[in-house]
Design a protein around this ligand. Structure first.
Ligand SMILES: *[C@@H]1O[C@H](CO)[C@@H](O)[C@H](O)[C@H]1NC(C)=O
Ligand SMILES: *[C@@H]1O[C@H](CO)[C@@H](O)[C@H](O)[C@H]1NC(C)=O
Length: 428
């Protein structure tokens, strides 16, 4: 061949080749569960430190020690090494087959100032941690990722969340994927500690938290012992559902695995909790639970239907703005929906069960998509929800593309109250 022709053929080949490569981006496969060296630390040292909101101006610090005599005290203050305050808390342990947990400490500190950095130490010794309290008023930013697990992808997702400026982490279920192997709860606690000790992590349960054994274990024992959430503070009788306020927004964490039928405890609690929200003052109402109600992925079809039939009328009447769910290992965002179809006064539903767990992605979608589906993609990643003011929130979803966070979906959401959707009185 003549040199000129060779060059032309090569160029054409390269053009076609690069076109096919960009068009068919091959999504990387699931990554293996990480392995951690375990039980190498001195026993009184605090491990698995994480924090959560615990009522107005208060934060619960949770950690574990191998040493059963270690006290449940937290010393804290606003300058490093200078602890002007001390709180004492409670502790628990649990056994699961051959495993016995360390001493699990839960200590509430406060009252704390908003938007303030506090330095703290657990059990009277060990390293100093720092946390930042959420703001008193809007704006507020939430990081959102469900179905985390503890794989290479989890690590990637956590490092991307760490790079964003956020006030609070919201997790719609499936934390450790310990799946009965109890020490994996401990390794998960260590994996998330750098983030979860610095910003409140507000979680609700998924199916992987259950770990029940018929006639022997009821379920949620490890989860409830380790991830105590402010259910008592919000008038709930179960750690599986609760609510909290942050920066003037009301967030409700429901339980897909607690009874949800009409007149069940959870249903009655939800109704009472919604009735307490003054929508004149509280412009944003957000709900999280594990199993999505609006899902056009082939995975987990219909699983959320019974809960939706029971509870969606309550959420709709109260004008819930945004619903965040997990369970399906992919991302999907809907238009405003209610009762199975688009509705200008319904909630925007987001499925974000793609934190990076070991089970991999749910790639198959229903075709054609339902009219309410606005965006869907099977990739690992995380979401960021910034509530800017009483009328506007900015939502973005960041896909883990070859370990880089790439913003793939973004939208402005206007609050229902500011859009003229007036909340209905809930009958008592
Ligand atoms: C320690 O903190 C207290 C109260 O926040 C403050 O009054 C005091 O000056 C601080 N001491 C030092 C040495 O920084
Ligand atoms: C709320 O934020 C949006 C987006 O930045 C802006 O367009 C709007 O004017 C703000 N509204 C108020 C009342 O400040």
């Amino acid at each position: 061949m003549k040199p000129k022709l060779v060059v032309t053929v090569l160029t054409v080949f390269l053009l076609i080749y690069s076109a096919t490569v960009t068009a068919d981006y091959v999504r990387p496969p699931p990554r293996k569960t990480l392995h951690f060296p375990w039980s190498s630390r001195p026993s009184p040292s605090p491990q698995q430190v994480h924090i959560s909101l615990a009522g107005d101006k208060h934060i619960r610090v949770s950690w574990i020690t191998d040493d059963k005599s270690s006290p449940s005290i937290v010393e804290y203050g606003t300058s490093p090494g200078n602890y002007s305050e001390t709180s004492d808390g409670e502790s628990t342990t649990y056994s699961y087959l051959l495993y016995t947990s360390g001493k699990i400490h839960h200590t509430v500190i406060g009252p704390l100032e908003p938007s303030t950095i506090y330095f703290y130490r657990c059990g009277g010794q060990g390293p100093e941690f720092q946390l930042k309290t959420p703001p008193l008023q809007l704006p507020v930013t939430f990081a959102v990722a469900g179905d985390l697990g503890q794989t290479g992808w989890t690590k990637s997702t956590l490092s991307h969340i760490d790079k964003c400026k956020y006030d609070l982490h919201l997790l719609p279920g499936d934390l450790s994927y310990a799946d009965y192997i109890q020490h994996r709860w401990d390794t998960f606690g260590e994996l998330v500690q750098p983030l979860a000790s610095a910003r409140p992590w507000m979680v609700t349960e998924g199916n992987h938290e259950k770990e029940s054994i018929p006639l022997f274990k009821d379920g949620f024992e490890s989860y409830n012992s380790r991830w105590k959430m402010p259910f008592q503070e919000s008038g709930s009788s179960s750690n599986l559902y609760y609510s909290f306020e942050v920066a003037g927004a009301h967030i409700i964490m429901l339980g897909s695995y607690a009874e949800y039928y009409e007149y069940s405890d959870q249903y009655n609690w939800l109704k009472a909790d919604l009735a307490k929200v003054d929508r004149k003052k509280t412009r944003w109402l957000i709900v999280l639970f594990h199993v999505p109600w609006y899902n056009s992925n082939e995975a987990h079809q219909f699983e959320g239907d019974a809960m939706m039939a029971s509870m969606e009328p309550l959420l709709y009447a109260a004008r819930v703005d945004i619903v965040l769910a997990g369970h399906v290992h992919a991302y999907e965002r809907t238009e405003r929906v209610n009762n199975g179809k688009s509705d200008p006064c319904g909630a925007v539903h987001v499925t974000i069960g793609d934190g990076g767990n070991k089970e991999g992605l749910a790639r198959k979608y229903k075709d054609p998509p339902p009219e309410w589906s606005a965006f869907r993609e099977a990739s690992f990643g995380h979401g960021e929800l910034k509530i800017v003011n009483s009328s506007h929130a900015y939502w973005s979803w960041h896909r883990n593309d070859d370990d880089e966070p790439v913003k793939s979906d973004e939208t402005w959401i206007t609050s229902l109250i500011s859009s003229g959707c007036i909340a209905n009185e809930l009958g008592s």
